[in-house]
Structures are given as structure tokens and as C-alpha cells.
Design a protein around this ligand. Structure first.
Ligand code: FDA
Length: 301
């Protein structure tokens, strides 16, 4: 972590709420689904796909799980009603993973069933390494019940991910990202160069296995490596998509799309924007650094 990022991370608790709100506006669609729907409609018009995330995680009360499920069910209805090209991304700890595994399984099942009825898809976001095994188990159990419309995420920073790719059921849709959580060295690679190498290695394995891959990165070097792999192996455009977070590097996003690749934008919304923003910034101060740098950087005309 650079000295600049360390300073930013230490100052976070001192930053007034309205400033965090102003900064997060670029990365969070708003507080209610209608805000997200406006953003998704405009992304769809640009030829981009979306995945929507109702902000919230580490829920410790069953009634909050019920509320999250309700919000996602409403989102799925609205996506169908408004004919949006958008699926949903859910966090297992928002659906009760830390309270009761059976409650979480039941909640994900309800969403996967509703999504299947709507011809839609549910992505299980991957949280910190305490959740990895349980999240992959959820996916395996529900796939065995016939929910082919449920996908997972693997993190290139985790040492276990290569084994996890090899264990994924045939035909799984998997998002590959670097991993946002700070993990102990015995569990995760820490060097950026090594994480990038592992990202490309895992992507190669996924393509070899014929899995549908969501290549989730804003790192142009990794994008370049991914495009090399896709080109060399003549992977058809229907077998993968790129994925990026709302508000991050729209120039790169435009270039990937203009080159004819599918691209999906991750659109978070919800009333927990403050907790989400502060937690993300604290967890990974490099992001705080990007945000502040982007605020300080002169805007291009
Ligand atoms: P890297 O961190 O090297 O960033 C490359 C460049 O992108 C930076 O130089 C910077 O300019 C810019 N950048 C990256 N992130 C930024 C940000 N937040 N704000 C502003 N600029 C930024 N993680 C996880 O653990 N579980 C998950 O389920 C997901 N899901 C997910 C979905 C999607 C669609 C994306 C794109 C990412 C995730 N992630 C995630 C987050 C991921 O693990 C990773 O932390 C970030 O994508 C940053 O890594 P990059 O690959 O972009 O590279």
C-alpha cells in the first residue's frame, strides 16, 4: 500500500457523510430500484448488459434476510416488466450465510427459482475466504437440484482457486476477479504481478473446461492477456463476457465493447450505501486512493 493510500485509509472515519455520498454517487446507482433501472436502461441503450446488486452484507438477523430476498424478488419482477438486459448478483452473507446455512440455502433457492421462472440468472458474489467453501457448496447443492441459472465467482488472489476451477460442475457460469478482501498470505497471493499471472492461468483453465466466463477486471494488462487467450483459442463471443464496476474506467469499457465483446456492468443500489462505501474503502484502501485521485485529477473535456 502506498503512503498516499495509507493516509487516505486513516482519514476515512473523519470524512463527512455528504462527501462519502458525493464520492459514492459515481459507483452506486442510488437508493431505490428505480434509480438502478434508469442507469441500467441507459447502459442497455449503449449495448451493455448489467447485473444489479442490492447493497448489504454480513446480515445478522433473519428478518433482514427476508427483506433482502423481497427486494431482489421485486427487482427480478421489474427487470422482466421493463425488459431490461440485467441479471442479479447476491452476497451469501446478506442472505443469512453467517446466521444459518439452511436459511441461506433456502433464500438463494427462492431467488434462483424466481429468476428461472423469469428466464433470468443469479450470480453468487464471492466474499472473504471464510465464505469461499460454503458459497461453492451452495452453488453445488442448488445446481444438483437443477438450477442451471446460478453462477459463482472465483478470486485470482486465492491459492485454492485453481483447485476450485477444476471442481466446478460442467457448464458452470463463473465470474473471475482478482478478489477485493485482504487475506493472510497462506491463503492468498499478495503481489499484484502474481495475482495477474494467476488470473490469466485460471482464465485459461476455465476456457479449457468450456465454462462460461465473466472476465471481471479494469486492469488493461489483464484485459490484454484475456484478449490474447480468446483470440489464440478462437473462443466464440457467446462463451465469455467482460465485466466492470459502474463508474470505473468508462474509456476502457467503451473500447472493449467497440471491439465486439459482450460487457456487463455491475450496478449496486440500496439504502446501505454509506456502510458499503466505507467498508469497501477500509477493506481495500487502494480503492480509496483511486477515488481520491480521480477526484483530484483534472477532468477531460
Ligand atoms: P486493479 O485493482 O489493478 O485495478 C486496475 C485499475 O482499475 C486501477 O488502476 C484503477 O484505475 C481502476 N480501478 C479498479 N477498481 C476501482 C474502483 N473500485 N474505483 C476506481 N477505480 C478502480 N471482488 C470480490 O472479492 N468478490 C466479488 O464477487 C467481486 N465481484 C466483482 C464484480 C465485478 C463486475 C468487478 C469488475 C469486480 C468485482 N470484484 C469482486 C472486485 C475485484 O475483485 C477487484 O477488487 C476490482 O475489480 C479491482 O481489480 P482490477 O482487476 O480492476 O485491477
Amino acid at each position: 500500500m502506498s503512503a498516499f493510500d495509507q493516509v487516505i485509509a486513516r482519514c476515512l472515519p473523519l470524512i463527512p457523510r455528504p462527501i462519502v455520498r458525493a464520492v459514492s454517487r459515481r459507483y452506486i446507482a442510488g437508493e431505490i430500484f428505480a434509480d438502478a433501472a434508469r442507469v441500467i436502461t441507459s447502459l442497455n441503450r449503449e449495448g451493455l448488459l448489467a447485473t444489479v446488486d442490492v447493497l448489504g452484507e454480513s446480515v445478522d438477523r433473519a428478518e433482514l434476510v427476508g427483506r433482502a430476498v423481497g427486494e431482489y424478488l421485486e427487482a427480478l419482477d421489474a427487470i422482466r416488466r421493463d425488459d431490461l438486459r440485467c441479471n442479479i448478483s447476491v452476497k451469501p452473507t446478506q442472505l443469512g450465510l453467517m446466521i444459518d446455512a439452511a436459511l441461506c440455502l433456502d433464500s438463494v433457492r427462492r431467488l434462483a427459482r424466481a429468476a428461472r421462472d423469469h428466464g433470468n440468472f443469479v450470480r453468487l458474489d464471492m466474499e472473504d475466504s471464510r465464505c469461499t467453501g460454503a458459497t461453492l457448496d451452495l452453488h453445488r447443492t442448488l445446481r444438483a437440484e437443477g438450477f442451471g441459472n446460478l453462477g459463482v465467482v472465483l478470486q485470482a488472489c486465492l491459492r485454492r482457486s485453481l483447485d476450485d476451477v477444476r471442481d466446478l460442475p460442467e457448464g458452470t457460469s463463473v465470474r473471475l476477479c482478482k478478489g477485493i478482501y485482504i487475506e493472510p498470505r497462506v491463503i492468498a497471493y499478495r503481489e499484484r504481478a502474481l495475482i495477474n499471472k494467476n488470473f490469466v492461468r485460471l482464465l485459461g483453465e476455465m476456457l479449457d473446461r468450456g465454462l462460461y466466463v465473466g472476465i471481471a477486471t479494469h486492469d488493461e494488462e489483464v484485459v490484454w492477456e484475456a484478449l490474447q487467450l480468446i483470440d489464440r483459442r478462437r473462443v466464440p463471443t457467446e462463451a465469455y463476457e467482460f465485466q466492470m464496476l459502474l463508474g470505473v474506467d468508462q474509456e476502457l469499457r467503451g473500447m472493449i465493447r467497440a471491439a465486439g465483446h459482450r460487457l456487463r456492468v455491475y450496478v449496486p443500489y440500496g439504502s446501505s450505501w454509506y456502510a458499503y462505501s466505507v467498508r469497501r474503502l477500509k477493506e481495500n484502501p487502494r480503492i480509496a486512493g483511486y477515488v481520491v485521485r480521480s477526484l483530484l485529477a483534472p477532468r477531460r473535456p
